[in-house]
Design a protein around this ligand. Sequence first.
Ligand code: PYC
Length: 322
Amino acid sequence: MKKIHVIDSHTGGEPTRIVYGGGPDLGQGPLADRARLFLQHHDHFRSAVVNEPRGSDVIVGALLLKPTDPTCAAGVIFFNNVGTLGMCGHGTIGLIVTLQHLGKIQPGEHRIETPVGIVTAILHTNGEVSVRNIASRRITKEVRVSVDGIGEITGDIAWGGNWFFLVADHTEELARHRIERLTEVSWRIRKALSAQGITGTGGAEIDHIELFGPPADAKNHSRNFVLCPGKAYDRSPCGTGTSAKLACLYADGKLKPGEIWRQESILGSVFEGSVSIVDGEVIPTIKGSAFVTAESTLILQENDPFQWGIDSPLQAGTEREA
Ligand code: PYC
């Protein structure tokens, strides 16, 4: 029997499951190398932690690791129902609150090593967390894509720690009762990007689709709907997606360094974002709150046919829709 120790939290409604014990040995190499090893050799572990029957499509997992850089409080590899993530904003907020819950950190500034670079998080005394993300950028403005059953739409391609296609040019109302429809529209956009060879830098797949519309609360600047790589929607405003948005706003001259942008999620939860410019690069900061929801031990029994999750690569016949 295998035991995995986890702490669950949510950030603006989006869950994070931090694995702090019982994870695979990935060595002491750079986080990007360890993330590759994790994907190549331990994908069944990923599936066991986040997929059904212990999890669900919406859970983002985070493997807590020893950092290579001793100035960092922790290293982390984020993962979801279908693979690993470069960075995760809501997950980093959840991680910081979890580290405090475990008694490992106090309010103040903490550096966290991720596969795509080091991010800095401030745990404020009121429990809020500000995450200073890696440099974010828009690589292409107003890309036209022809979407099956929808027609031609235009969006921007931007990096915020993951690749995003940001679409304001649509006719969809961003309301919670329309989540099924928004999921369908976003999935079609993602398939169209892939079919038409529209990618991020170096041919990277654009696996996050972000729709924008007016906020429900006039205190906020915008509402979004974010579809994640495994077809689950982000309940939070998405930290990396908000970073991508901030990079676009800055590039368009619509946001000055230090100005606050309040990004509302499809549930109405909010991240406060701003940018600073360092050596000509856009560095976004995202502020939000997370709450611990459970401390548990996951149990994997050898005779359980679904011990590695119903979508495990070790479980025959569970291939997902491509
Ligand atoms: O907050 O960056 C984020 C994120 C990515 C995927 C889900 N949440």
